[in-house]
Design a protein around this ligand. Structure first.
Ligand code: SF4
Ligand code: SF4
Length: 384
């Protein structure tokens, strides 16, 4: 029997569609299995509306744990829990807002978290850096940074870098009534026979940084993006949905919510070869009057293809999305303030805007986020 006061707990895992699907499944399943070790019951499931998933588009899976089957059934009478006790975001750029293709508008990452609940975020940034990109809180919660960067793999592969074990360890720290660290470690030992994996859970527990967040903390800088759902009386006969016209972008869906990295362009070194424009997904570039290709940041999904195909070294550099606070296009900035733009390019990318100047060693080694190969769709990510 359990000695906990609540009768159930709901955990959601917010992840990048396809790239992190298996990771989310493993976390949710392990939460249930670890909770069962102390006599709880539970179930794990995906959000119906996210299927089929899209590359990088935020999606959710859930774990519900209860003290008995009756309470579990009572907690399960919904496809998608409107209120959760804990959210686990397995990519820190998700704190900039979640816009599932099945939803209407961008939602703050904390939207379903109950008052005094927990937001766990895997990140190499500090709690304050992550909070600075999280929508202003309407109620208090605790932000928990789980040590480690975003873990990506493709549709058929899983990157076993222990992110799931670290998340489980951190969860045991904030919800010990439901998931105990010793149960998590015992489960991992049974499943893997790997002491290193067990240690990763302990590392997640010890290394998790807790940052209480008060109402009013966070940023008000993100675009408010809410739409009215057309009711059945206002829909056209036959439920006709207008297609977009060629060259028109969907005003109901901003693609930047799918982005972990964003491209920044060195217009000085661009040779106007058109390769980025030819290989891009739909409508993510504008052609400038001078023949440059300008990224439309409202439409860019951060796939990294432009950086992969660009023949000029470091002309397009993929950079951690958390480093940016706007989605404004940048060619006009370069036109009006050439030196100011190049300074911005260098600050963001860590790469010199002048190709004659040697790039710092850290960048040359391809480390950090300014690295196209870190993108999930690149060869090293392996979406194949
Ligand atoms: S990363 Fe490049 S190719 Fe991909 S969507 Fe953005 S601008 Fe287009
Ligand atoms: S691929 Fe690179 S060099 Fe070619 S047009 Fe695009 S940005 Fe310029």
């Amino acid at each position: 029997m359990s000695d906990v006061k609540e009768t159930s707990i709901t955990v959601e895992v917010v992840y990048r569609g396809i790239f992190q699907k298996t990771l989310a499944q493993r976390i949710c399943r392990s939460i249930v299995l670890a909770a069962r070790k102390r006599g709880h019951t539970g179930t794990a499931f995906a959000r119906y509306g996210d299927s089929p998933e899209r590359n990088g588009v935020p999606a959710k899976q859930f774990a519900v744990v209860a003290i008995n089957n009756l309470e579990l059934e009572a907690s399960m009478a919904k496809y998608e829990p409107a209120v959760v006790d804990v959210t686990i975001a397995v990519d820190d750029t998700l704190v900039k807002g979640v816009e599932s293709w099945a939803w209407y508008g961008r939602q703050p990452i904390w939207k379903p978290i109950r008052k005094d609940g927990f937001l766990l975020v895997t990140s190499t940034n500090t709690p304050d850096e992550v909070l600075a990109q999280t929508d202003t809180a309407l109620r208090p919660y605790t932000l928990v940074i789980v040590p480690g960067g975003a873990s990506f793999a493709g549709l058929w592969v899983f990157k076993d870098d222990h992110t799931d074990y670290r998340c489980l360890g951190a969860l045991a720290k904030v919800s010990p009534d439901w998931v105990r660290l010793e149960d998590v470690k015992a489960l991992i030992k049974e499943q893997t026979k790997d002491d290193g994996a067990v240690q990763s859970a302990q590392y997640g527990y010890d290394g998790a940084k807790l940052r209480p967040v008060k109402a009013g903390e966070g940023t008000s800088g993100h675009e408010v993006l809410q739409f009215e759902k057309p009711g059945w009386t206002t829909m056209r006969p036959g439920i006709i949905v207008n297609a977009r016209k060629p060259g028109e972008r969907n005003p109901q869906y901003k693609k930047y919510g799918a982005r972990t990295l964003r491209p920044v362009v060195n217009f000085d070194t661009c040779i106007k070869c058109t390769m980025c424009w030819l290989d891009r997904p739909d409508e993510c570039f504008e052609v400038t009057p001078e023949g440059h290709y300008e990224v439309v940041y409202q439409a860019c999904i951060g796939c990294g293809i432009c950086a992969q195909v660009c023949p000029v070294k470091d002309c397009i550099v993929m950079v951690d999305e958390l480093k940016f606070e706007d989605h404004e296009d940048k060619w006009q900035f370069w036109k009006k303030d050439h030196d100011g733009y190049n300074k911005w390019f260098e600050t963001k990318s860590g790469v010199s805007a002048n190709p004659q100047v040697r790039t710092p060693p850290a960048r040359q080694e391809g480390s950090g986020n300014a690295n196209p190969s870190a993108n999930p769709t690149s060869a090293s990510g392996g979406d194949d």
